[in-house]
Design a protein around this ligand. Structure first.
Ligand code: TTP
Ligand code: MG
Length: 391
C-alpha cells in the first residue's frame, strides 16, 4: 500500500477497513493547469519603485522603532540580515542598523493590486485572490498563449513588470498546493513549473515544513515521528494521521502524495470584458479596420458566453490605438453588444483619429446582478445595525 517506506504494514492494513483513505487510487478527474502568482516584497517593491534612492539598500515598510512599530515587509537586501515581516522594528534595527524604514501607503498598494488583477482577467475568469499580492489562476480552459500555462505565467510576469515596474514570481502546477510551493521556489523574480510528470519527484523530497498548515508545532510533532520529507509521511496511514493531527490528518495524507483537488474559487467579479489585437502592419482607413471587426467580434462573443448570467451588458465600447500611440475609446449605452453597434462606433473612432491604426479593441461593460444583490443585503444590514445601535 505504501511504497518505499519502512513503516510496519500491519497498522495500515487494519486501518483500511475502518476508514477510507481519502484519495487512495483516486485519479484526478482531469488534469488542470494552475498558476500561483505572488509579488516579490510587494509593499517594499512599490516604495523602491517610487523612490529609486531606496534601491540596493536594506529597506523595510513599517512603523518606527521608537514607536513600537512593526515591519510589514522588507526588501531582499534586508532579508540577508534576518529582517522579516511582523518583526518589531526595534529588533529589525538591531539586526540591521542601516535599515531604512519607510511608512506604508495602503492606497498605493491597493491600486497596484487592482492593476495586477486586471491583467489576470485577460487569461481566465477563474482568479482567486488570496491577498493584495497573491492569487491563484486556473488557466485549464484558457486559449491564450497557445494554451500553455508556462507561457501565460511568463507573459503575466512580463506585463506586470511593464505596467508597474515591480516583479512577481509564479508557480505552475496541476494543483493549488504545488503551484503555491512552486511560486516560492525561484523567488524573487522567478518562475518554476511542475509538470504532471514531475509531480512525483517534486513531492517526494519536499520537506513537510513546506506544506501550508504545517507550522512549528506540527513540524516538531512530525519530526518526533521521524518524518522530515513528504516521502516519510507516506509511511503513515490516513487513520494514523487523523489520530495524530485530527482533521488535518487526511489532508496531510493527500498532500504528501501531491494530491489537492481544491478548485480555484473566483471571488472578485469583473466590470468589463474586451478583446484587442495589435496588427503587424498598420491598418489604413475605415474599410481595413471594419474588415477586422468580425474576427474580434467572434472572440468577444466566445468569451462572453463563458460568463454566468448575472453579468448584464450595459455598454459596448471600441478602442483604437493609432500609429503615434495616441488612442481613443468610444462607448454606447444600452446595448446588447451587437456587431452593428461596434461597426458604427469603430467607424467614428477611426475617423476621429484620421491616422493609420495599430490596435483595435472591442468590449463591453457590465452591471453585476450578483454584486448588486450583495450590495442590497449590505445596505439592509447597515440599516439594521443603525436601528439597533450596533457597530
Ligand atoms: P507576502 O507576499 O507574504 O510578502 P512579500 O510580498 O513582502 O515578500 P515575498 O517576496 O516573500 O512574497 O505579503 C505581501 C504583503 O503583505 C507584504 O509586502 C506586506 C504585507 N504583509 C504585512 O503587512 N504583514 C505581514 O506579516 C506579512 C507576511 C505581509
Ligand atoms: Mg509577496
Amino acid at each position: 500500500m505504501v511504497p518505499g517506506n519502512s513503516r510496519p504494514t500491519g497498522v495500515n492494513a487494519g486501518v483500511n477497513s475502518g476508514m477510507e483513505a481519502p484519495s487512495e487510487n483516486h485519479v484526478e478527474s482531469r488534469l488542470r493547469k494552475i498558476i500561483h502568482i505572488d509579488a516579490d516584497c510587494f509593499f517594499a517593491a512599490i516604495e523602491m519603485r517610487d523612490d529609486p534612492s531606496l534601491r540596493g539598500r536594506p529597506m523595510a515598510v513599517g512603523g518606527r522603532s521608537d514607536r513600537r512599530g512593526v515591519i510589514s515587509t522588507c526588501n531582499y537586501e534586508a532579508r540577508e540580515f534576518g529582517v522579516r515581516s511582523a518583526m518589531a522594528s526595534a529588533t529589525a534595527m538591531r539586526l540591521c542598523p542601516d535599515l531604512i524604514i519607510v511608512p506604508g501607503n495602503m492606497e498605493k498598494y491597493r491600486e497596484a493590486s487592482l492593476v495586477i488583477r486586471e491583467i489576470f482577467f485577460d487569461y481566465t475568469e477563474l482568479v482567486e485572490p488570496l491577498s493584495l499580492d497573491e492569487a491563484y489562476l486556473d488557466v485549464t480552459e484558457s486559449d491564450r498563449c497557445q494554451g500553455s500555462a508556462t507561457l501565460i505565467a511568463e507573459e503575466i510576469r512580463r506585463r506586470v513588470f511593464e505596467k508597474l515596474q515591480i516583479t512577481v514570481s509564479a508557480g505552475v502546477a496541476p494543483n493549488k498546493f504545488l503551484a503555491k510551493i512552486a511560486s516560492d521556489w525561484r523567488k524573487p523574480n522567478g518562475l518554476y513549473v511542475v509538470t504532471p510528470a514531475q509531480v512525483e519527484d517534486f513531492v517526494r523530497d519536499l520537506p513537510v515544513r513546506k506544506i501550508h498548515g504545517v507550522g512549528k508545532v506540527t513540524a516538531e510533532k512530525l519530526a518526533q515521528l521521524g518524518v522530515k520529507n513528504c516521502v516519510d509521511l507516506r509511511g503513515y496511514s490516513v487513520f494514523e494521521l487523523a489520530e495524530h493531527f485530527g482533521s488535518f490528518g487526511p489532508r496531510l495524507y493527500d498532500l504528501c502524495r501531491g494530491k489537492d483537488l481544491r478548485s480555484v474559487k473566483p471571488s472578485r467579479r469583473r466590470k468589463s470584458l474586451s478583446v484587442e489585437h495589435t496588427y503587424p502592419t498598420d491598418l489604413k482607413g475605415v474599410e481595413q479596420c471594419l474588415d477586422k471587426l468580425p474576427e474580434l467580434f467572434v472572440k468577444l462573443k466566445s468569451r462572453l458566453n463563458r460568463l454566468d448570467s448575472d453579468y448584464r451588458v450595459t455598454k459596448a465600447f471600441v478602442k483604437v490605438k493609432f500609429d503615434d500611440f495616441s488612442s481613443t475609446t468610444l462607448e454606447r449605452l444600452g446595448t446588447g453588444a451587437r456587431i452593428s453597434d461596434y461597426r458604427e462606433l469603430m467607424e467614428e473612432a477611426v475617423q476621429r483619429g484620421g491616422r493609420p491604426v495599430r490596435l483595435l479593441g472591442i468590449g463591453v461593460r457590465f452591471v453585476d446582478l450578483r454584486e448588486e444583490r450583495q450590495g442590497a443585503q449590505l445596505d439592509m444590514f447597515q440599516e439594521l445595525g443603525e436601528d439597533n445601535g450596533d457597530q
